[in-house]
Design a binder for this molecule. Structure first.
Ligand SMILES: [Zn+2]
Length: 374
């Protein structure tokens, strides 16, 4: 199947970068900005390969990777109607059913398949879902993997990473110190930095969530997509996915994207009110640890994704996160606190929803990952 050339560019300085990138950020030392597609992919439904499982049915629409991709069966998650007494026709996209229990499996699977040179060690800095996902896919590919985590990371979170045979490198200090340690280690030419924060392949893989929703709704876009927003990987990827459908005229309007954060840590809400100062934003602890990101590096792109789709940013108090998690569990959905944010946001959207609006909530991570908070 012929594949059109796919190119990246730096969002800050426009430096062109070929695919797949050898490092996750702009290669110019003075810039090191985020990479993004030079232009959006144009969707073509005739390229969907029905015989391939999960997200790989879209492999000819994604930037090219190996002929026989390493896979654990990621993607292809169900879109299910949810009982809901308020306005809108509400669906959940159940990403908890991915192999390691979170949407990050799509990104980790895709990144593993971009690596050229089997003897490389892959690394990432994450004590959460991204670390577990990369550890699993590196194990599946037979690659060495090292995950950098904060020295104070809870044992429960590191246990899933260790189970897949990953090396753990505990770093003293906050998240920034951990990322710096990973960045320094990645200067070794035998190391591939599969950064879930910086590598554009992560968000590119998240386009498959948009494409699946479109197919599952009978080839149409919902009016709204509501998702948790921490580093913005999912938010940016879902926007790119629906934009690619719009560019090919499969849909007329983009869904309005609603980015949900914890009230204790809501930098994007501050950004939307022009009250965000990079590096100076402080946050309080939250049980929604997947979005406990006070200074997301892609915050401008995240805000653009919300603003350009006429979406919203909603911040949820801790008590409502717990309540939403419990209400989802009473409908049979076991999710971690971060994944309950979109459901909690529904109560804040009654004024915005029309009775027949289709609303897709993305349930990002399984509750088994956070048993103590149930
Ligand atoms: Zn640059």
């Amino acid at each position: 199947m012929p594949v059109k050339p796919f190119k990246l560019r730096c969002r800050h300085c426009n430096q062109p970068v070929s695919w797949p990138p050898q490092q996750p950020r702009c290669p110019r030392p003075v810039c090191r900005g985020p990479l993004q597609p030079k232009r959006n992919i144009v969707f073509d439904a005739s390229l969907i390969e029905l015989s391939l499982p999960g997200m790989w049915r879209y492999r000819h629409l994604l930037p090219p990777v190996h002929d026989n991709p390493v896979s654990l069966g990621e993607g292809g998650t169900p879109l299910l109607r949810l009982s809901h007494s308020g306005k809108g026709i509400v669906y959940v996209k159940n990403e908890t059913l991915n192999p390691t229990g979170s949407f990050k499996d799509r990104g980790a699977a895709f990144l593993i398949n971009t690596i050229q040179g089997d003897d490389k060690m892959v690394i990432d800095d994450s004590s959460g879902n991204a670390g577990a996902a990369l550890a699993a896919y590196a194990a599946r590919a037979g690659m060495r993997v090292r995950i950098f985590v904060p020295a104070a990371a809870p044992e429960g979170k590191t246990r899933q990473i260790l189970r897949f045979g990953a090396e753990l490198e505990a770093v003293s200090g906050g998240r920034d110190a951990v990322a710096e340690a990973a960045d320094a280690f990645a200067q070794n030419p035998d190391v591939f930095y599969a950064s879930h924060v910086w590598h554009p392949g992560y968000s590119l893989a998240m386009q498959t969530i948009a494409w699946e929703i479109w197919e599952q709704l009978g080839r149409r876009a919902p009016e709204w997509v509501i998702l948790p927003a921490g580093n913005g990987t999912l938010l940016r990827g879902v926007r790119w996915g629906f934009r690619s459908l719009q560019k090919a005229k499969y849909i007329q309007d983009l869904p309005r994207l609603v980015a949900v954060q914890a009230q204790a840590c809501a930098p994007l809400l501050a950004r939307s009110r022009d009250a965000y100062r990079p590096g100076r934003f402080t946050a309080s602890p939250t049980i929604a640890d997947g979005v406990a990101i006070p200074n997301p590096p892609h915050i401008d792109a995240m805000w653009a994704a919300v603003r350009k789709t006429k979406g919203r940013v909603i911040a949820i108090p801790e008590a409502e996160i717990v309540q939403a998690q419990a209400e989802l569990a009473r409908q049979g959905f076991c999710v971690e606190p971060t994944a309950a944010l979109p459901y909690a946001a529904l109560a804040h959207m009654e004024d915005a929803l029309a009775p027949n609006d289709a609303v897709a909530l993305i349930l990002t991570g399984h509750g088994f990952k956070a048993e103590r908070s149930l």
